[in-house]
Design a protein around this ligand. Sequence first.
Ligand code: SF4
Ligand code: ZN
Ligand code: ZN
Length: 412
Amino acid sequence: MDVTRREFLAGAGRLGLAVGGVCAALSSPAWLKALGRGARDVYAATKLDELARSSPLARYWISTETEGDHCSACHVSEVTYDPAHRHSEALIKCLLCAQACVLRAGERGRCRARMNVSGEMRSLVYGRPITIHVDPIEKKPFYHFLPGSAAYSLATSGCPLHCRFCQNWEISQIAPEDYDARYTAPDVIASSAVERRAPVIAFTYNEPTVFTEYMLDIAAAAKTQGLRCVLVSCGFMNEQPLSDMCDALDAIKVDLKGFSPDFYRKVCSAELQPVLRSIRQISRRGTHLELVNLVVPTLNDSEAMLSDLCDWVAGELGPDVPVHFTRFHPEYQLLNLSPTPVAALERARSVAMSKGIHYAYVGNVPGHEGNHTYCPGCGKMVIQRSGFLIGEVHITHGSCEFCGTKIAGVWS
Ligand code: SF4
Ligand SMILES: [Zn+2]
Ligand SMILES: [Zn+2]
């Protein structure tokens, strides 16, 4: 079942409910939801005009109009590139993520969050969060980063991917003009996190890469207030923006959605290789990294695929990157599938441990023994969890209290 944006807008009442539950103050106003479809489309077009006029310049793009040698960057694979050639119209290429959108004036990228406005790339989502919520950091999930911390979590609209199982599709698959999000400056976000007593700001829910400029500015403001910042991402960004994120952020969680190019193409409208490149880059930079693999019945749960995934993780990243195998629940366009059997998650965890991965978890199954952290030295439980709740903790100065083995992570 494909849901077009138009059909989706037609269900705006439901949308208001879904996101309003998270952050009523920032969701579509009631009068907008009450409008007919035609009037809502006119409203959206006007709103988009307004956004296009008021949005700040984006980073990470090149244009055929820019002085210098920029055009050659788009023609890298052409054997006979003529440096003297001219384009009949001005084009922009976005360098933020691996979708590599090329946009004519007035067009938007696949994420809907960036637009060619009169030959310049503008970020339509800068300063426009549509949901803000304080969550336990375990919900992201981060299990090896300041356990038990409150994470002030925010998202804008937009995502470069289109995952058929997306749990946050009401946010990720909509356009910025579908919401009446008021402008919120980066330092206001940081102060608000302090007021809510959250030591961590999490960029999450949609794909935060689409609001990289806002994220980096918030992270700079957060640093001055002594806060840490973490990112929950699909890992589809390009190397330069990711390098800037690694400079600014304290931890990154990447969804490694399946270990097959075919799965990425058919189920996520994306590619596997850029994600692997990002994971490797984060690991080499030494930024705290955790991985999630949502195990979707029949699509990415084969023994062979899980085994290849674990081989790659163990071989490329070593044994210390936590890997969460999380349970799928029927969502969005995959309502026909059943939730992941717990036995499949247990099997995935066993495969990971048999490949030498030290911290493999069963996620989205509260109370399961695979929620806890075990010491790789003595095998004893060092962090007890049930879902997002923390129980006993037996880690002191980053080491197991029982045998002194170092437990990988950021603990203070
Ligand atoms: S960030 Fe958006 S506009 Fe840029 S390449 Fe990715 S999908 Fe396209
Ligand atoms: Zn060209
Ligand atoms: Zn131990």
